[in-house]
Design a protein around this ligand. Structure first.
Ligand code: UDP
Length: 235
């Protein structure tokens, strides 16, 4: 697949056009940011870990009935994906209280939740990705009702599949963020990435944090932890 010009550069990935207008190449970087870009750094080989891990998980989710943008991994850092229009929503699922949920509602990190929480943030860096609800999304026409219903449905399905996947690998899936896009036919596809950047994963035995919180909170062993998560994902 011939690689053409760069379409976009984000905080963690670059996106390139290809000879096929329906296909793009995503290239994962080692750049790390946190707190809406205020903290910046590099995590050696993070791009490799996130690319490979995302593709393994997208493959499993696809088999479980969640359509994804994945076409084919091209190299350690590059993957061919379907072109989509990303819905400007961060779809967050929480199984256990942590991060901004713990702060906002005053609950200790690690507290169990009486039910799974689905929450949305409006993807808008200038506004700091504010929390948003279903009514806001429809009032602002960020998605249609049918798209929203499908996104909710897929998000819970992704959670069920991933919880079991990580449980079998000695990891607790605390929370995660996913993004969806719409392809040229109007089909909703799971897009972006699933990685230690976008999931909170705690060791099932020790509760050690095995995700981007090691970078956010300066906990050390950042590179080693990303590599260890990939090793467990590979099984
Ligand atoms: N998350 C993400 N990108 C964001 C915000 C959150 O991938 O821009 C992930 C984060 O890694 C965690 C989950 O979504 O797994 C919930 O994050 P939270 O709202 O607690 O925000 P944080 O504490 O990460 O700022």
């Amino acid at each position: 697949m011939g690689k053409r010009g760069q379409l976009y550069e984000g905080k963690a990935k670059k996106v390139f056009e290809t000879d096929d207008p329906e296909l793009l190449i995503v290239s994962y970087k080692d750049d790390a940011t946190a707190f809406n870009g205020q903290k910046k750094g590099q995590i050696a080989d993070k791009g490799v870990v996130n690319n490979i891990m995302s593709n393994i998980l997208f493959g499993i989710l696809e088999d479980a009935g969640v359509p994804t943008h994945l076409v084919k991994q091209l190299s350690d850092r590059e993957t061919l994906v379907k072109r989509v229009r990303i819905l400007p929503l961060e779809v967050i699922i929480r199984n256990v209280a942590a991060g901004s949920f713990s702060q906002r509602y005053g609950v200790e990190e690690g507290s169990p939740l009486a039910r799974t929480v689905l929450e949305f943030s409006y993807k808008n860096d200038a506004l700091g990705d504010p929390l948003i609800n279903d009514d806001h999304i429809l009032a602002l026409e960020l998605s249609t009702e049918a798209e929203l219903a499908r996104v909710r449905d897929y998000a819970f399905k992704v959670n069920e599949v991933m919880k079991e996947f990580f449980r079998a690998r000695g990891l607790k899936l605390i929370d995660f963020k996913i993004e969806f896009g719409v392809d040229s036919k109007g089909t909703i596809l799971l897009a972006d990435e699933i990685s230690p950047d976008t999931c909170r994963l705690w060791d099932a035995e020790t509760n050690e944090k095995m995700d981007k919180d090691r970078f956010r909170r300066d906990l050390g062993k950042v590179e080693e932890t990303y590599r260890a998560v990939l090793d467990r994902v590979k099984g």
